[in-house]
Design a protein around this ligand. Structure first.
Ligand code: GRF
Length: 203
């Protein structure tokens, strides 16, 4: 796989993916780490591992479409064709999604279809659910929507808040995102409508 990893923040999921690739667990190469924010720590992480980085400041563009076109150009010019959204906090337009569909995956810190949007951990903690979790899914043109590849559930205990639940979820994000990418790299994932089928491993 020739990956472009898109980040806006800490990049701990990016780190988990880098570590899994460096450990030989995923047959993939990160061709580009792209951020819309200069200050994203994910960019530092990428540089520490010698990975190509690009920052495209979305505020410099008049429209989401213009920003998306600029991203497409950078991603293509780095030779990536699989998009890994890892805490990328911009809504993508059809211009971007149609360019790379169906090879775009995302991680969301909730058990979809519950708690879509940018504050999933806070919303789950506030709702009082007893199970929270995270979801890796293929991306379609609706935010936090496409076919689910893998989910992990974590308990929510008395006294938990957004931060404690969020930290527990994040631990599992770091497990299931590399796992999903490994399956993708092995060519084991097929999509049939809403359903993702995982073929048995050859080993
Ligand atoms: C994660 O919780 C991810 O699910 C969400 O944004 C957060 C990014 O964390 N989409 P990090 O930048 O990977 O540390």
């Amino acid at each position: 796989l020739a990956l472009a990893v898109l980040v806006s923040g800490s990049g701990s999921n990016l780190q988990a993916i880098i570590d899994a690739i460096e450990a030989g667990k995923i047959d993939a190469e990160i061709k580009l780490v792209l951020s819309n924010k200069e200050t994203a720590y994910g960019i530092e992480r990428a540089k520490k591992h010698g990975l190509p980085t690009v920052v495209i400041n979305h505020t410099a563009f008049e429209t989401r479409e213009a920003f998306d076109r600029a991203m497409v150009q950078e991603i293509r010019s780095h030779g990536a064709d699989v998009i890994v959204l890892a805490g990328f906090m911009r809504i993508l337009t059809p211009i971007f999604i149609r360019e790379f569909f169906p090879k775009i995956i995302n991680i969301h810190p909730a058990l979809l279809p519950s708690f879509t949007g940018a504050h999933a951990q806070r919303d789950a903690a506030g709702y009082g659910v007893r199970l929270a979790g995270c979801t890796v899914h293929f991306v379609d043109e609706i935010m936090d929507s496409g076919p689910v590849i893998v989910q992990a559930a974590v308990p929510v205990n008395a006294g938990d808040d957004e931060d404690t639940v969020g930290a527990r979820i994040l631990e599992y994000e770091h497990r299931i995102y590399p796992q999903a990418l490994k399956w993708l790299a092995e060519g084991r994932l097929t999509v049939d409508g809403r359903h993702v089928h995982l073929a048995p491993s050859e080993a």
